[in-house]
Ligand binder design. Structure first.
Ligand code: ADP
Ligand code: C5P
Ligand code: MG
Length: 253
């Protein structure tokens, strides 16, 4: 049923595999700062991008999967770019917290992807997260909610200037998210920019590492990849990680 037992409890008297609670990395930053791209680079450089889940040691999930369901009235607003998707209230904080707790407990969790065209969670395309050694959780407000912020063992903030972010967001939203130019610009000026200043930017102070220029910053990405590589190394040390939990992972056996 996907549960794993904690504290090294043995099954049938056989040895429990000794593994650690996943090392959870939060990746925050403004819209189009390069969070998703930075996470992709980290996975690629660790040779994890195309790996089978049974072998995979690093996984990445997005905060978008935790947008709350909209009412019919909100859906109508969202279609016109008049719903505030950049406000903390747009997210299901409890679901996000509970899911991260399950991941930290080594459980298998299923996470819907997000469909920007319908502004809703896409349960047809679920991502199954198997226990991994490192979990990246990326999104604009991953450091906003204190209880969630406290779950991370490492916090990265992708810091790309606003002009660059807008210049990247416009073509991305038109080409990949089914929006038109007017809608993207209206939404940006009405909600995205003010919410960035009020809710996202102030969370930069919680970061352990700030990555200026996002994915262009190959030096910063190399340093982070090196650090994660150390954690993944057999016998590797998770230094300041949460108390080590012994987990038995049935799915790897
Ligand atoms: P975020 O996840 O923070 O919103 P993305 O990684 O999706 O940001 O990047 C936003 C857009 O900018 C995407 O279309 C992406 O391909 C592009 N992009 C990201 N980083 C760079 C970069 N360093 N140079 C050029 N384009 C980039
Ligand atoms: O990938 P990125 O960090 O840009 O994703 C977050 C952004 O997605 C937010 O700034 C929000 O305005 C936008 N969004 C949207 N429509 C949705 C959900 C989120 O435009 N349905
Ligand atoms: Mg993204």
């Amino acid at each position: 049923n996907g549960d794993v037992r904690v504290n090294g409890i043995k099954e049938n008297g056989t040895d429990a595999e000794e593994v650690k609670t996943p090392f959870l990395i939060g990746v925050a930053g403004g819209t189009a700062s390069g969070k998703s791209t930075v996470c992709k680079r980290i996975m690629e450089q660790l040779g994890q991008a195309d790996m089978d889940h049974t072998q995979r040691q690093v996984v990445c999930i997005s905060q978008d999967s935790f947008y709350r369901e909209l009412t019919e009235a909100e859906k109508a607003k969202a279609k016109k770019g008049l719903f505030n998707f950049d406000h903390p209230d747009a997210f299901n904080e409890k679901l996000m917290y509970d899911t991260l707790q399950s991941i930290l407990a080594g459980k298998i969790v299923e996470i819907p992807s997000y469909d920007y065209r319908s502004n809703s969670r896409d349960f047809e395309n679920k991502l199954t997260i198997y226990p991994a050694d490192v979990v990246l959780f990326e999104g604009i407000l991953v450091f906003y909610f204190p209880a969630i912020r406290d779950l991370f063992h490492m916090k990265l903030f992708v810091d790309t200037d606003s002009d660059t972010r807008l210049a990247r967001r416009v073509p991305r939203d038109i080409n990949e998210r089914g929006r038109d130019l007017d809608q993207v610009l209206t939404q940006y000026m009405t909600f995205v920019k003010p919410a960035f200043e009020e809710f996202c930017s102030p969370t930069k102070k919680f970061a352990d590492v700030i990555i200026p220029r996002g994915a262009d910053n190959t030096v910063a990405i190399d340093l982070i990849v090196h650090h994660i590589g150390e954690i993944l190394r057999p016998g590797g040390c998770t230094a300041n990680a949460a108390p080590i939990i012994q987990l038995k992972r049935r799915d790897r056996e």
